[in-house]
Every structure is written in structure tokens, then in C-alpha cells.
Design a protein around this ligand. Sequence first.
Ligand SMILES: C[S@@+](CC[C@H](N)C(=O)[O-])C[C@H]1O[C@@H](n2cnc3c(N)ncnc32)[C@H](O)[C@@H]1O
Length: 347
Amino acid sequence: MIGFLCRGGFEGVVSGELARAGAREDRSLARAGLAVAEVAEGIARPDPAFASQSLPSIERVEGESVAALARGVIAATREKLDASEGAWVQHVLVTEAEGSRSLASRAGLLGRTLDGLLKEGLRRASKRRVSWETLAPGDAAHVFQVALTRRDEVFCSFAKREPLASGFLEPSLAPLGRWPVAACREAPSSAFRKVEEAYVLLGREPKENESVCDLGAAPGGWSFSALRRGARVTAVDRAELLPPVRGHERLSHLKKDAFSWEPEERLDWLLCDAIAAPEKTISLLDRWLERDWCRRFVVNVKFKGNESYGAVEKLRAVLSRRGVVRARVKQLGSDKNEVTCLGHRSS
Ligand SMILES: C[S@@+](CC[C@H](N)C(=O)[O-])C[C@H]1O[C@@H](n2cnc3c(N)ncnc32)[C@H](O)[C@@H]1O
């Protein structure tokens, strides 16, 4: 059984994605911000766009007190912890659902109680524990997760990071799968956070002198993210850009339509955050992939209400039709009612 954490309110969307991926959800274990499913052998491990984190070999533990919960968690994971090799990280947390926050202090207490039990009874394993912030997103490690869903119930998982069919490792090393993005006062917009998060997930960011086009660029947050790494940027947007992007020596601003503009040569990066209906953005990506116009891409797809989430499957179909294996579709921590599609066209 694998658990999938998501934002509160998106459980039904994740259920639909799991069903389409061939996984069998156990509805009796469904909680706010959590879906649990069985994935039969031979079926690729699902990577739902609206799930931020996975908990492989998930187990449910009940207990009236924090001490009882902690003992239950240790009993459920002791063998795996003991038998594991190498570094592991630990997250004791609550889901991102409404009402969960009231459990945050209990999760803190549970974490400290677990620390005590680990040091007492699992000394050898304890010594291999590291802080997740010391690791890079692509590092090998085990991830120990304990998610409090009620005051007397937790779900736990201790699992080695394994590659998905796309090659990306799961579970994420970050708590809830959310990589924090440092604020930057110089960035012309907070949308900048989305692309920064996408670079972390992709394991690659624009490099000095790489060519980047930013479609729907204004006021310039995504262009800023590429410029500050030394890339050359073509920003396409009829709206104005803001400083420090406007007038930057490595930036050219074209006041044109992002959906019909064509590059003169193959580019290192396609970035697209243009506001458009999902189908329009998906056909833009399809055309770029078909013509092989970019090596890597970060494309944000925006939804209106909850009626068009089926577009995620259309996006996956495009990736598969164009032979892009190293790609993911994710609702990032900084995404609103959006998903971001990121991938490598070639290595
Ligand atoms: C969400 S904003 C982009 C924010 C930007 N990524 C940033 O970090 O500052 C969307 C932009 O898409 C642009 N846009 C919408 N339709 C467009 C089109 N057909 N061609 C070019 N730009 C378009 C809008 O003018 C707007 O500036």
C-alpha cells in the first residue's frame, strides 16, 4: 500500500488519478489530505500530479496517547530501520488539509517522543539519521515519515527512495514533498517561486549562457530566475516587464503572441507561465516537443474551478506521444489552481 499526501480538497482528484493509473484505492483509509492505494506488481508506481509526497509501504497506527502512538510507530518500522543502510531522514508532520494544523503541536511532541525511543532502542540506526536539508534532491536515502491524521491515529512509512518510471526519485526528501524557496526581494513577482521549485524537482536549472525563452513573461519573475543564473532570455509578452528584468543586457523582450511565436533555433529552455485555457497551453507544449524546439521545459497549466483537471491526462498523453520519459506533472507548493509540467527532452 502506498499513501499519497495532497492538499485538502484535492483528495477526489488524486483518487481519480490513482484509478486511471491502475491503482486500487482503499477508501476506508482515505483521510483529509491523504489517499491510500494498492499498486499491483507489474504496474508502474503512480505519480499523481495533485499528490505532493508518497509514503510507500504505509502502515496505520492507533494510540490514545502520544507515547502509545510513538511505540506503535517504532513497532511498525523497527525491522526496516534496523535493516536499512545509509542515511535516512525523518518527518513527523500533519497533512495539508483544513483542521490538520490543530494537530501540529501534537506532531511536534510525537517527534520528540520518537527521537527518545530511537536513541534508546535503535542506536545504530539513529546514528545514520541526517537532516533532510543537508541532502540534495537527487541523493539516495531512506525517508521515515509519520503523518498524524487524528489525535489518536498516525500513518507511517520507512522506505528507500526509488526511481519512478520517469527516473525521478520518490519519496521526496522534503517534508510533505514541498521544497522551500527562499524569498527574493529583487524578483519582479512572486510567480518566481514556481519556477524555482520546478528547477529543484527537475534537478537542473538554467546555466550561464544557456538560451531560454519565457512565454507569458511579464512582469518578469521567471525571466529573472534565468537571468540571475547567467542565461540569455527571450521574453515574449505584450505586457511590460519590471526592473531588474526590463532593460537587462541578456534579455530581449518581444511584444508578441506567445502561442504563435517560433524560435529561430533550438533553445535550451522553454519556460511558459502564460495565462490560457489548459488545452491551449498543452497544444503549445505539444508543438514545441513535436518540432524539438527545446531541450528542457517548465510549463505551467492553469485551471478554472475544478472542471478541467482531466487536462492533466491530456498533458501526459502529449508527453508520451512525443517520447518524453523524463518529465513530471505536479501541483507545486507555490502553484495555486495550477500544475507545472517539467521535463528533459534530452540529457
Ligand atoms: C501569470 S503572468 C506570468 C508571470 C511571470 N511568469 C512572472 O514570473 O512574473 C501571465 C502572463 O501571460 C501573459 N499572456 C497571456 N496571454 C498571452 C499571449 N497570448 N501571449 C503573450 N503573453 C500572454 C500575460 O500578459 C501575463 O503577463
